[in-house]
Ligand binder design. Sequence first.
Ligand code: SAH
Ligand code: SF4
Ligand code: F3S
Length: 478
Amino acid sequence: MTKRKEIIIPEKDYENQKVIIASIRDNNNIELQKNGLQKKMHIITYGCQQNTSDSEKLKGMLYEMGYVDTKVKSEADIILMNTCCVRENAELKIFGNLGALKKLKTENPNLIIGICGCMMQQEHIVKEIKQKYRFVDMVFGTHNLHKLPQLIQMATHEKYTLIDIMNSDGLIIEDIPTKREDKYRAWVTIMYGCNNFCSYCIVPYVRGRERSRNPQDVITEISDLAKEGCKEVTLLGQNVNSYGIDLNQNVDFADLIKMANNIEGIERIRFMTSHPKDISDKLIHTIKDCKKVCEQMHLPFQSGSNKILHAMNRKYTREEYLEKIKKVKNAIPGIALSTDIIVGFPGENEEDFNDTLDLVKEVEFDQAFTFIYSKRKGTPAEKMDNQVDDDIKHKNFEKLLEVQGHISREINESYLNKIVDVLVEGLSKSDKNRMTGRTRTGKVVNFNPGINEIKIGDLVNVKITEVFSWFLNGEIEI
Ligand code: SAH
Ligand code: SF4
Ligand code: F3S
């Protein structure tokens, strides 16, 4: 393979983005008409909904440039990997999958391979890619995915590895074309970044400081989605409750929800993620009063021990968390609660872990996402010297899963024989004669449509006939 030079793309005026997109599209169209060759893209997305939403933008730009989707990597003209680095095993998996692309590049030297997303905001990772993965054509970060057209234009002309990582995180670029997977349900980013610096977490380092989108831009996006038939939106941010603090507009998250609630055509509003320290009474009442806001909240508590919460820099105590949960449950009966929990944070002993177990039993979450603590380079917790043994972490993790599994199942039992409102998402994966969708509380429901003509995006009533820990079965109810 020829030796490749690395170039750093200088900052320039990106007003011109639409012109570049059009020029690539024209070239691709010429090739299509001349040789019948349609350019194809394959995008691999890791990590959270923020990355899913970013990938929809990458796809949107590529679509505008004349690319169509392919599931087959070997058919692709461009492969993009949108990466996550929240835990070590995510990174290991990405490196493994990236290595496997080398063969494709050798077979097809015109293939463009790009790697982007959170992992690329870390210097040591970019260095490793430069050294060990020289077949990669372009590397870019979370703050400059809008530059994709420029990068493609350069990558087709020059055989360099293009590296473009921006550390400045002041920008919000509106109007990036977006191609969403789903017509009826959409992720809508309302803010970027995080200011919380939980001591274990890499996100603030790779996503930058909190930046809220202008409320008018958010509301216009949701209204446009509604006009195209979208029924459900999930307002997205690392910490949605601090929306608006950085704007000079006297508008907070509760105000934004109220505005979204007034948009005709939208039937369901969800949001994630919330930080317990920022859940205000105003927000709880807004959620209660806005009929389109679903009875569901994801409220990570991470640990039930005050000692560990303090070391994690979470800025609330166990008692304060429980108090907020009580208020939320009182105001919104039947609300489904979910959470994130970390097992094996440095210094966590048996007593601390039991505090976590007790909290799980006391709150009775519908669902818990449990993670084994993973050291992240550059975070304060990486340097803590009281790291927990792997054996203990795994044993406690299993225990927590078991306890939560029983609670989820018990909560789901209460759905038996009830009639629920389901937004239809498609055919069930396990049984093609059944359809699948979700309740307002976020439960997956598989149901038999019977002789009724039911389409994706319909809102239907389903009677629950069978329950499991992670989903419900039912029959359509006319
Ligand atoms: N902003 C969101 C999500 C952050 S990442 C929030 O604050 O809730 C999603 C979850 O990954 C976190 O809630 C946390 O439980 C987990 N996580 C983050 N860093 C981790 C680490 N170093 N080790 C294990 N789990 C981690
Ligand atoms: Fe990470 Fe904490 Fe920010 Fe969530 S709130 S992204 S866990 S630093
Ligand atoms: Fe991962 Fe980045 Fe999300 S690190 S969890 S993809 S914000």
